[in-house]
Design a binder for this molecule. Structure first.
Ligand code: HEM
Length: 544
């Protein structure tokens, strides 16, 4: 309570000196206020001028972070596309003071060619990337530079181009599509319970497939009973939490990791599951190799090699190899196929043309009657898949609009100037925005936002694009090693489904991208399957 004894009463005799004191006390405050206002006006004008130059408001202390946070609330990739559009293909992102978020973002093909090919040695993944993804990817191929990368690339490249490996990829895919994928879809069609999540089923398929070809192990995730796979959930959590590190100031995520908080806690937990899976795979392979079972998978090849000290590769390094190849081979093709099926649901005329092409090719082998009568237990030949050029165009078009890896990262190790004139200081991070490139008018024309497989065809033949305009598979010395296999896998899977079913996205199912290393659909792809009947297929055979 306030009593009169607590109050200081100023008598009239004391008043002048008190006023003097008050003036002495308050004047500095007024000056501070004036200085504060002046600084605010100055920074506001500076920020406005910088904003006009750089496209986004640059706030004192926090830089462009508020705009990024707004972008993160919606579709981040669309936000980047929009900013790049207004900045003619390149902008400088200014992060908060003392954060590691400053970078240059570009979608200009000249810059992309410069960093991926012409000046490749100047642009490694770099220390920032390595540190950010190290807990998940270790020293595996996606996260390696210099000799460590080169050694893995060389070994994997020889393996990927060997006839034995190619045969293994074809056989394992055929086995998976016919004994797992199609029975699962058929059961769904017969039972017609609730819409199924096609993205989940495709992820299971590509997971089993990459494990079979890279490690000689079949995890059985796409078996007809669709078993729970703790690894898959853990892997998704781990990639999501890892990508969040890119947009979080380093000292924050490091503190969170230290105290085991929030996403870092989830990441740690998920990594245990991921690493355990990789460990089991390695142990299994070691046991079998010890029993003189000769394997031609990638892991067995790496197990037979020696490091720079003449020692066999460590368990940790073999684990890194496993995790990197799972990321490379599982998520990329399955999310690409998911977006492809979503796009053809919205563009039925494309679906018709794909089906017509498949039927035309099948007709050549005289199996039309079989297909018509049974709905088809048709297994495509390698040569037939190669001939599906319209399908290849449609898949490329899906990848143009929804590249599996939507943004990628490099770091300049020397001062440099990009072909568009952007000056880079040593250690500047460069983000190349692959998603934005697919939606750039200057690259693809005014209809860049439309799904038009025809843009990939010349006289009915598929025409590949330059890797620096269509960067979905990266380019230069780090071009995707699995590109040919990925096209084969996607074409075989898509053709096998389209020949038998109309895939329709469930009504009102929300389709939005998720923020992760690959562009998953956040809520999966819930679809209903409708079997094509004899009459429908007959129409296509007769139309040729
Ligand atoms: C639609 C399917 C695929 C897409 C869009 C795709 C895309 C990419 C991209 C963008 C990169 C560069 C990543 C980076 O350096 O940051 C890459 C690298 C790589 N990809 Fe793919 N990929 C696909 C399928 C596959 C498959 C199925 C495999 C193997 C089974 C594979 C194996 C690799 C490997 C080993 C690298 C590392 C190359 C290196 O750094 O030297 N990819 N891929």
């Amino acid at each position: 309570m306030l009593s009169s004894s607590n109050l200081t009463v100023i008598s009239s005799s004391e008043f002048p000196s008190q006023r003097l004191l008050a003036r002495q006390l308050f004047l500095p405050d007024i000056q501070i206020l004036e200085i504060f206002i002046a600084i605010s006006v100055f920074t506001a004008i500076k920020s406005l001028r910088q904003s006009m130059k750089q496209g986004l408001p640059v706030w004192p202390i926090v830089g462009m972070l508020p705009s990024l946070v707004m972008g993160l609330r919606g579709n981040l990739y669309e936000w980047i596309t929009e900013v790049l559009y207004h900045q003619n293909g390149t902008f400088r992102f200014k992060g908060p003071w003392f954060s590691s978020l400053n970078c240059v973002v570009t979608s200009d093909p000249r810059n992309i060619e410069h960093i991926l090919k012409t000046e490749f040695p100047k642009y490694p993944k770099g220390s920032f990337f390595r540190e950010t993804v190290r807990d998940l990817l270790g020293d595996g191929i996606f996260n390696a530079d210099g000799e460590v990368w080169h050694q893995q690339r060389k070994t994997a490249s020889i393996e990927f181009h060997s006839a034995k490996f190619r045969q293994l990829t074809v056989e394992s895919l055929h086995e998976l599509v016919h004994s797992r994928l199609l029975p699962v879809l058929h059961r769904h069609f017969v039972e017609q319970l609730v819409p199924i999540d096609l993205q989940d089923i495709l992820l299971r398929l590509t997971f089993d497939n990459v494990c079979m070809i890279a490690f000689g192990v079949d995890p059985g995730c796409s078996s007809p009973n669709l078993p729970a796979i703790p690894f898959a959930n853990a892997f998704e959590v781990a990639t999501e939490a890892t990508v969040l590190r890119f947009v979080t100031p380093k000292f924050i995520w490091k503190t969170m990791r230290h105290f085991n908080l929030g996403t870092e806690k989830r990441l740690k937990f998920a990594l245990k599951e991921v690493n355990q899976f990789a460990k089991n795979v390695i142990e299994k392979r070691k046991r079998e190799n010890g029993n003189e079972i000769k394997r031609s998978d990638l892991l067995s090849v790496f197990m037979g090699l020696k490091d720079e000290n003449g020692e066999p590769y460590s368990e940790k390094f073999l684990k890194d190899i496993c995790v990197n190849f799972i990321l490379a081979g599982r998520d990329t093709s399955s999310v690409a196929l998911s977006w492809f099926f979503w796009l053809i649901d919205r563009n039925p005329e494309v679906e018709e043309r794909i089906l017509a092409e498949i039927c035309r090719i099948l007709e050549k082998r005289g199996e039309a009657a079989a297909v018509e009568s049974s709905g088809g237990d048709v297994a495509f030949e390698v040569e037939e898949i190669k001939k599906m050029e319209y399908l290849q165009a449609a898949l490329s078009e899906a990848l143009r609009l929804f590249p599996s890896v939507p943004v990628d990262h490099k770091e300049a190790i020397k001062d440099d100037v990009l072909p568009d004139g952007t000056k880079l200081k040593k250690r500047t991070k460069v983000i190349y925005a692959i998603y934005a490139m697919g939606r750039t008018e200057a690259i693809w024309g005014k209809d860049c936002n439309e799904f038009k497989p025809e843009r990939w065809l010349r006289d009915g033949r598929f025409m590949a694009e330059s890797a620096y305009r269509f960067t979905a598979f990266n380019g230069g010395p780090r071009l995707c090693l699995g590109k040919d296999f990925a096209y084969y896998q996607m074409k075989y899977t898509a053709a096998s489904i389209i020949l038998r079913y109309r895939v329709r996205v469930a009504e009102k199912h929300p389709v939005v991208p998720k923020l992760a290393l690959t562009i998953y659909m956040k809520y999966g792809l819930k679809v209903n399957m409708f079997k094509r009947d004899k009459e429908e297929l007959q129409k296509y055979f007769k139309s040729e």
